[in-house]
Design a protein around this ligand. Structure first.
Ligand SMILES: NC(=O)c1ccc[n+]([C@@H]2O[C@H](COP(=O)([O-])OP(=O)(O)OC[C@H]3O[C@@H](n4cnc5c(N)ncnc54)[C@H](OP(=O)(O)O)[C@@H]3O)[C@@H](O)[C@H]2O)c1
Length: 362
């Protein structure tokens, strides 16, 4: 059950940090290690290459990238061209690119480059939390700030990671974990101290896409899912999305950011198992089926397919769009926008990297 953790315990995105002066060109700045080099990691590398002038001004350089089979390690910092070359290496073969080191892992990356910002873009595993969980503690205990798109470490050990970062004055950035590309995490931080009445939201793009196709094309779930896979919205194995793990992990991150000690085990998960008949029946009654994550302090924490009023804020989120409604009594705050996709995720990671380097100086 969720309990109010109190303001003193509430996470601070710039844990232990405040506004920082931008580094002088060529001095200070940050040494970035990108751990995980699949869709999101590669898109981040491309984005950093495209923004190399801005990164130079900030003093940010990428010193290592790693996938499950090796790494590319470059203590002087990769050039933009080298980053683009690395992003074009075949999957699992980043070590075939510039400064490639087959078989090297996170330990070699730390020993040889001493990164100051660790960017975690490995797969989310909600049973063990690995490899992200070990990487989070390795990073923070080595003095590196931790920026993550991987939800599992925070979904499983949120407050341990927050405490580890806070006790060392390091930055913890996780804008990319929930509604990546739409700044929900910053919005939640702006609501600390408010009394939450309820949070509800569409936090998973795959289930919302599938339901949108079912409603608009009047096809069964299996057919809508095939379309979602064909356009690259759904993974070949979409079970983490359809069984609610992804939405539940995001709900845990949201609730904890607002100061509630909600765990993954507290979230009731109902899979997306609606029939076309359910969808049509709801439409006839002026309602729409949506896969909604809901949290009420002292009450329910649930992810489930539910009916919402046609024309309501959540009903209007189509396809891969996410939407949330946060009731804090004196105000009902609403936010909608993209939630994921490799480009949106890379931009969310970049926003955290810039904040880690500069603080929240505009
Ligand atoms: N894609 C999105 O739109 C999105 C949005 C928000 C959040 N996220 C989260 O971001 C993370 C990455 O997503 P993605 O789409 O980029 O996944 P992905 O394409 O599967 O890439 C994962 C990468 O992690 C690497 N990896 C696995 N184990 C590793 C280890 N022990 N050490 C180093 N690297 C390891 C993989 O190596 P190989 O290449 O060798 O397999 C791969 O390069 C996930 O946790 C996901 O939930 C993704």
């Amino acid at each position: 059950m969720a309990i109010w953790a109190g303001d003193a315990d509430a996470p601070n995105a710039i844990v232990g940090g405040g506004p920082r002066a931008p580094p002088e060109p060529g001095r200070g700045g940050a040494r970035l290690a990108i751990i995980g080099f699949g869709g999101a990691g590669r898109e981040l590398a491309r984005l950093l290459a495209l923004k190399s002038d801005e990164m130079d001004r900030l003093g940010v350089k990428v010193v290592a990238v790693a996938d499950s089979r090796g790494a590319a390690i470059c203590p002087r910092g990769f050039t933009g061209y080298e980053l683009l070359k690395l992003a074009e290496t075949p999957r699992s073969q980043v070590s075939s690119g510039p400064c490639g080191r087959p078989g090297a892992g996170v330990d070699e990356v730390y020993d040889e480059t001493a990164p100051t910002i660790h960017v975690e873009v490995t797969p989310s595993d909600y049973e063990t939390g690995e490899p992200g969980l070990s990487h989070a503690f390795k990073a923070l205990r080595s003095g590196a700030s931790f920026v993550t798109a991987n939800k599992a470490p925070l979904a499983l050990r949120f407050w341990d990671i927050v405490s580890e970062a806070a006790s060392r004055g390091l930055y913890l950035g996780y804008s990319a974990t929930v509604m990546a590309g739409t700044p929900l995490v910053s919005l939640l931080r702006g609501l600390r101290g408010c009394e939450l009445r309820s949070f509800e939201g569409i936090l998973n793009a795959t289930t919302n896409y599938v339901l949108t196709v079912m409603q608009e094309k009047l096809v069964p779930l299996e057919e809508a899912l095939e379309e979602a896979k064909a356009v690259g919205v759904a993974e070949p194995d979409p079970s983490l999305d359809l069984e609610g793990w992804d939405a539940a992990a995001k709900l845990v991150i949201v609730a904890n950011t607002l100061g509630y000690k909600l765990t993954l085990g507290d979230v009731r998960r109902r899979p997306l198992n609606v029939s076309l008949g359910d969808v049509v029946s709801a439409m006839r009654r002026g309602r729409v089926v949506k896969y909604v994550a809901r949290f009420t302090p002292g009450g329910a924490a649930e992810v489930a397919p539910v009916e919402v009023e046609q024309g309501s804020f959540l009903a209007q989120a189509r396809g891969t769009e996410n939407a949330v409604t946060i009731d804090v009594g004196f105000n009902v705050v609403k936010l909608a926008g993209r939630g994921g996709g490799v480009d949106a995720t890379a931009h969310a990671l970049l926003a955290d990297i810039i904040e880690a380097v500069r603080g929240w100086v505009p």
